[in-house]
Design a protein around this ligand. Structure first.
Ligand code: ZN
Length: 658
């Protein structure tokens, strides 16, 4: 455990709050200390209020902020003396505690304070840091965790038994601290939860956290519990595993009631963990720290029996719900973490970002479980304690803060020819609706088109079948399956009349516009048939299908053949609940094909200005890539749920087509 403190960076901070944000970010940058919203920090500052009176103010991390990226605006100012009086009450309900926190902040626009705010208030030191460090929970999630913590730290920390976060925990900490804290005390260990450090300065509190966690890491090393084995992964049989994964995703999505992303992680380390002989023992104890439960659920699913997992989840709910203070509604019973000897680790979320959070948390959980096991046995909190946190309104509120569900949330789309023009616009329209998108293009720049967990850009030559199947397998590994397919890739060679049309030219156009699309459709079919909400295919055709033009024989013939292929697919795939519809765009000029020069030349040919040429249709309107893409996305949505085999023009109206 290394300190990340830099004098230059610290000196650049103006004021205590900026410094508070700085060392909070240092904690947040180390995922072995805090993960995804875990941990919190505070500082106590004297400020002058509007009446001119000096007042002690506690600035504590606001909920919804991550330590990794927090700024001064992420801290909530609370009246410290009032909070200390609150801590004297014998009890306080969650609702009233939140109400008291909100009504005693000194800035109305600040975020709602962390639920651990009162705990920060009762600690006498001005600077307080709190993390869920892997090393601490590795040591405390064991049968004799408390003894080990006392052995490691002696009188430098106060040890607190597990109590659910919130008012009761703050009360117990206040009582214990008053009795046990002495001149050597620099921190506080919360068994099965995490650790606090504190000090007179930002640096002192931060460096004490690093030193305290470092001592637990050294202890794990001395006990031979730090490194663990990893086994070489079995040779991956990509397509077969991808099918297994997509079938698993269908079962999980049905159990969840909505489509889910199922991301597979099969590196050596995670495969080795999933294959451990004692997995049923060590991976069925519970999470490393209670607030992970809202992301990972209490237990990982071992193997692929989703129905069995759901039944056990319902039993767990029925066993613990009657003891809750108020009636609870059962959450979906689908697993969020799957451990399987063949698949490795699968992380489940309602979108790719959530699945990535689950994967991160469980990666650390694997370390913690293995180290605690090496110490003599991983032992998480009893199920009743985990249930209390899982069904705690204040935890569920964190998930609800994500806002309403996007229409294609949890669904996966594959778009070909995705780096430019209509394909690029389709990627944007699908991402905007919450879909995870696998974008394929011959152009390598496709990989860097979007920086989003929902986006995977892969360079791929669709005429090379092996390249395509590899890309498909990679897409499935990343997101779990395939729900939507947009067949967009195609070429439009320069004008050439039939009497001069060379065989090579003809075959090249057919190879890309027709043959490659057949391969894509055939290979995607098995995955589309496993789509939780039914598979959807959109074919980007052409006005040339109903109304061909002279000089475009190869292009028109290829698009017409593709159109016929799509119609047959609509007939054959209906039984698999896959819809396939075609769009016939025309005069879409904001694509790579149409440079200013080409456009000007073509307009001159027709005796029109460029502006007139662009709107040379019945409605006298311009048709953009975005117009086509929005319609393609709508075709995948509920509005067209009962439409298959349709061909829809998107051309501003063409007299020959009409
Ligand atoms: Zn905590």
């Amino acid at each position: 455990m290394q300190s990340r403190w830099q004098d230059d960076d610290a000196n650049a901070c103006h004021g205590e709050l900026a410094l508070r944000a700085y060392t909070s970010r240092l904690l947040g940058q180390d995922p072995s200390l805090v993960l995804h919203g875990g941990g919190n920090t505070s500082v106590k500052i004297t400020e002058t209020n509007i009446l001119g009176e000096a007042e002690r103010v506690l600035y504590v991390k606001g909920s919804g902020w991550n330590l990794e990226t927090i700024s001064a605006a992420g801290f909530t100012p609370l009246r410290l003396e009032y909070l200390k009086q609150l801590a004297q009450l014998p009890s306080l309900s969650d609702t009233e505690m939140v109400n008291q926190l909100v009504t005693h902040q000194t800035r109305s626009a600040a975020p709602v304070a962390s639920v651990e705010a009162i705990l920060h208030a009762i600690l006498p030191h001005p600077w307080v840091d709190h993390t869920h460090a892997d090393a601490i929970v590795s040591v405390t999630n064991t049968a004799d965790g408390e003894r080990r913590i006392r052995e490691i730290y002696g009188d430098s920390v106060v040890v607190i038994p597990y109590v659910m976060p919130g008012f009761d925990l703050a009360r117990i900490c206040a009582d214990r601290f008053a009795v046990e804290a002495g001149v050597n005390t620099i921190g506080m260990v919360l068994l099965n939860h995490g650790i606090f450090s504190f000090g007179q300065s930002a640096r002192e509190s931060y460096e004490r956290m690093i030193a305290l966690v470092g001592r637990a890491e050294e202890y794990l090393q001395q006990q031979g519990a730090w490194q663990h084995e990893s086994a070489a992964a079995a040779a991956a049989h990509g397509m077969d595993l991808a099918r297994v994964q997509a079938a698993l995703r269908l079962d999980i999505s049905r159990a969840a009631g909505v489509p889910m992303i199922v991301a597979r992680h099969a590196d050596d380390r995670r495969l080795a963990f999933a294959r451990r002989a004692d997995l049923a023992m060590i991976a069925q104890q519970g999470p490393a720290t209670p607030d992970h439960v809202i992301r990972t659920k209490r237990l990982a699913m071992l193997g692929r029996d989703v129905a069995g997992y759901v039944a056990r989840y319902a039993e767990y709910f029925q066993a613990h719900e009657p003891h809750a203070n108020e009636r609870k509604v059962m959450l979906d019973g689908a697993p969020r973490v799957v451990l399987d000897g063949e698949l490795g680790l699968c992380a489940v979320g309602t979108n790719a970002r959530e699945a990535a959070i689950v994967a991160d948390i469980y990666e650390h959980t694997i370390d913690i479980i293995q180290r605690a096991t090496a110490l003599g046995g991983y032992q998480a909190l009893p199920a009743r304690d985990i249930f209390a946190v899982e069904y705690w309104d204040l935890e569920q509120a964190k998930l609800r803060a994500g806002g309403p569900r996007a229409p294609f949330s949890g669904e996966v789309a594959l778009v070909t020819g995705a780096a430019s023009g209509i394909g690029r616009a389709c990627v944007e329209s699908l991402l905007a609706r919450g879909a995870a998108v696998v974008a394929l293009d011959l152009n390598a720049q496709v990989a860097a088109m979007h920086n989003s967990a929902n986006f995977l850009g892969l360079q791929c030559d669709l005429t090379q079948e092996v390249q395509f199947t590899q890309a498909l397998v990679q897409g499935v590994e990343c997101f779990g399956g395939l729900d939507m397919l947009v067949l967009n890739a195609g070429i439009f060679p320069g004008g050439c009349r039939i009497d001069a049309l060379a065989g090579d030219e003809w075959h090249k156009v057919m190879g890309i516009n027709l043959d490659a699309n057949l391969t894509v459709m055939r290979e995607c079919h098995r995955f589309l048939a496993l789509a939780p909400g039914g598979g959807r295919v959109v074919v980007i055709g052409s006005k040339n299908v109903p109304a061909p033009g002279p000089g475009a024989a190869a292009y028109s013939a290829s698009k017409a053949a593709l159109n016929q292929l799509a119609r047959v697919a609509a007939l054959e795939w209906g039984a698999d609940n896959i819809r396939i519809n075609s769009l016939h765009p025309n005069g879409v000029f904001d694509t790579g094909l149409w440079t200013e020069d080409v456009l000007a030349g073509r307009a001159r040919q027709y005796g029109l200005s460029v502006e007139e040429y662009k709107k040379n249709n019945v409605l006298k309107t311009e048709v953009t890539s975005r117009d086509v893409a929005e319609l393609a996305a709508a075709l995948c949505g509920p509005l067209f749920a009962r439409t298959t085999g349709a061909q829809i023009p998107v051309d501003g109206g063409n007299e020959r087509v009409i």
